[in-house]
Design a protein around this ligand. Structure first.
Ligand code: MLT
Length: 267
């Protein structure tokens, strides 16, 4: 489906009925990374999975895509869908965006899921590397960032036991629009530290991490969970940076339990 929001055309996919969950993809991916949730949680949630600006089938507008701008797009999508509140679920960059959203629009949150993500900003060196990569991607396409990422995104177990999944991920990375990727890289480089702000998160929060996540390891998830009042942490064995995709049954089980607690209004 297509929505005109915040000055851009945004694509999103929907499934199911129930409590609305907005699933926010990681970098440099698209809504299709949420297929196991779009298919597997139809009985308990209204799943909404957008392509962020610059990715998938959404418009690729010029200019840096900062985390606040992505968050504003999501607020506009929620308005468009006439939803008062949502559960916001973000993986990695999607998590950085969810934390920006929580700062800007706390009243629109029913709950948070922060998945394989971190609260810290980039070091000056990491931020510079992102800006250098943005220039390379504009000139050469996505290959310079795709190969190093592909080597780290999935756990060793997933790489050996689920080769089709690894191939699907490769296809997703290589289909990302270079200009959208470069715009997100500069936005990622500029993002602020979110850790202190997490103390203000008042909604129930589920923090999920793959035990073998090399990009945002379990220590990052523990830091987030410790900073949020009503947070629960679930570590998913044999999963890397894409816990929802690599171990969908364990992930969906954790999501179901979280939603059950939410709808029974327990903290
Ligand atoms: C992601 O998966 O969204 C990225 O690894 C985030 C990042 O590069 O910091």
């Amino acid at each position: 489906m297509q929505a005109r929001i915040n000055g851009i055309d945004m694509f999103y996919e929907e499934s199911g009925a129930g409590i609305p969950i907005l699933w926010v993809h990681g970098f440099p991916l698209d809504h299709s990374m949420w297929k196991p949730q779009l298919d597997g949680l139809v009985d308990c949630a209204r799943n909404i999975a957008p392509d962020l600006r610059g990715f998938g089938r959404s418009e690729v507008p010029p200019g840096s895509s900062g985390m606040d701008l992505f968050a504003d797009d999501l607020r506009a999508l929620i308005d468009y869908l006439k939803l008062e509140q949502v559960v916001l679920a973000g993986l990695s960059m999607g998590g950085y965006i969810a934390m920006a959203f929580a700062r800007r629009y706390p009243a629109r949150l029913r709950g948070l899921m922060l998945i394989d993500t971190r609260a810290g900003a980039d070091s000056p060196e990491a931020a510079q590397a992102r800006r250098d990569n943005a220039a390379r991607v504009r000139a050469e396409g996505v290959a310079p960032i795709a190969e190093p990422m592909l080597a780290k995104l999935l756990s060793a177990t997933t790489r050996t036991q689920q080769p089709a999944l690894a191939q699907a991920l490769r296809d997703m990375l290589y289909s990302a629009p270079p200009m959208g990727v470069a715009n997100a890289l500069t936005g990622l480089a500029d993002r602020p530290d979110s850790l202190l702000g997490l103390a203000a998160v008042a909604v129930p929060t589920l923090v999920v991490v793959g035990s073998d996540d090399e990009i945002t390891p379990p220590a990052d998830a523990r830091r987030i969970a410790a900073a949020i009042l009503h947070a629960r942490l679930v570590e998913i064995p044999q999963a890397g940076h894409m816990a929802n995709w690599e171990q969908p049954e364990a992930f969906n089980q954790a999501a179901r339990e979280f939603l059950a607690r939410l709808t029974h209004a327990e903290p």
